[in-house]
Design a protein around this ligand. Sequence first.
Ligand code: COA
Ligand code: AMP
Length: 637
Amino acid sequence: MSTDAQENYRDTVAQSLADPRAFWGEAAGLIDWITPPTQVLDETNPPFYRWFTGGRLNVCYNALDRHVVHGRADQVALIYDSPVAGSKARYTYAQLLDLVARFAGVLRDLGVTQGDRVVIYMPMVPEAVIAMLACARIGAVHSVVFGGFAPAELAARIEDAAPRVVVCASCGVEPSRVVPYKPMLDEAIERSAHKPEHCVVLQREQLTAELGERDLDWKQVMHPDAVAPAEVVPVEATHPLYVLYTSGTTGKPKGIVRDSAGYAVALRWSMTNLYGVQPGETWLCGSDVGWVVGHSYIVYAPLLAGATTILFEGKPVGTPDAGVYWRMIQEHGVVAAFTAPTAIRAIKKQDPRGELIGDYDLAPLRALFLAGERLDPDTWRWATEHLGVPVIDNWWQTETGWPIAINPLGPDGATFEIKPGSPTLPTAGYDVQVLDEKGEPVPAGTEGAICLRLPLPPGTLPTLWQDDERYVSSYLSTFEGYYLSGDGGFVDEDGYVYVMGRTDDVLNVAGHRLSTGSLEEALAGHPSVAECAVIGVSDALKGQVPRALVVLKAGIELDDAGREQLQAELVQRVRAEVGAVAALRQVDVVDALPKTRSGKILRKTMRQLADGQEAMVPSTIEDRSVLDALEQVLRGR
Ligand code: COA
Ligand code: AMP
């Protein structure tokens, strides 16, 4: 850990905050522009800040064409490694460009033009990446929906994004079963008021989907005789590259908008300056293209950097064993890997002594990055001890698109001392402040709401999809001049950030962000349920799992068997409406839910009781005896 590197990085961050125009203006040189921007930061319409206005570019060009032009045509861009499908494939930059340009041609021929939306509902197959980049090529806005979401969630996204075309696969391959995606898409379209004109379906060998009138077969439309490749369409710097829906507290997902130029610049900068990956090197990000980590660090950042990215269709354990990450690191020569703490906890559970790690040569590996949920110190220690490389926590959100806090990886390892439990220091461009209820900064070491002073750096959300008002009310209205992250925590005397958990009711299950509102809506739809509440309780493997408390409609009395039946039906409803990823297992039937006098359910108090913590009971509680009656149920799980 060199003090020079530390000083340099601190200077970089200080400069990015003192003179963002100079800092990001210089970083803009990392990407190719069709027309350079006239303004680096456009502050004419606060709180709606815009980056690189006046500039024109194409993100797909930056991710593919320019590498082909500059000598990387034969370098592998994408490695598909699927233990569940039993297949592997490698695509050079030239090959990937050919496929992307062709699929862009398919979309163009289906009438997709700049600004049109395309929903992508696919498992971890190369065609998902091809479809994303094809949209970027013609200025269409992609919206990828995680394959683990059920029809109702997919329908909500289709309705909001109003896509002209949906791209999907016939199925996903989970270790325990083949998941038919196409019938779920059909059901979602049925439920949605908006109907796409066409669906392009990738038929996988594990399951062939039935095609209807609006459906087209991927292989047929992609045949070189059937389509001519599409040229790059130049777009404005602020043109939306994608919309990615994420969970808030209500059942209505938030459409996070990502601009083109800010994102391309920030990601390209982050790949070398934060993750320490150089062009030509191989990188493994074990997430899913349905999540922001997948968008940014499976697809865009490594390709913008001219690196080789791995698309892994499998699980950290069971496909076939807890050594699969280590196998890929050896086989593909991975220099840095990125996954969620849950994945490491799953590996640790199966291989507590890390014996499988010893079966592989991990010499090229320089670091393991972990994000998506809090990295608990035990998991950090285990990984550090067994891997012998820096294990680096990084904190960010779908909204930001890239890390708010990280310990940057330099040539000599982590730049700063690692303090377990902290993602280290704020990243360039992020002015992190911890505020109390009145919006005043708190002293070091004191917990509060973690906020980011505006403007946010490039790459972060400029707004919500067609909903400026909700953008302001959700994020900017609590404390003027700040973005409210929704996370609570503190900053210590050395400036290290500690993120302790959400201050709202957003759930984080195995690194998957879910809304209590969606789960509650699914439960409330059952004819016997009068009222319900979902809380996220601590779980040794998944970090958090949901737990439901339901109150029956008046007059419904159930014996033990009846309760069991109801519980099973409710678990099934959540699987069917939200998706299996919600992992709801525990449902308790209770007499009443504790509320404040204004009717707000005391989810946080219940969560504290369930986690065996000291419960903070607000003075505004309506009826204390309701909470007392629940204490037994909640504590005794
Ligand atoms: N399509 C369809 N179904 C899916 C799915 C997908 N893309 N992803 C998950 N599911 C289903 C699973 O099959 C499972 O169904 P089941 O209840 O019938 O078995 C359910 O959703 C829960 O899946 P998962 O969250 O993967 O839990 P698990 O218990 O099977 O595995 C882990 C546990 C820890 C191995 C797994 O959660 C994991 O790999 N976590 C890492 C998460 C991650 O990378 N997050 C991204 C943020 S960086
Ligand atoms: P998502 O938008 O799905 O990426 O989820 C973002 C949320 O995950 C954040 O608001 C945090 O609550 C949590 N999170 C992500 N990374 C970390 C981390 N490194 N430490 C603590 N919490 C994290």
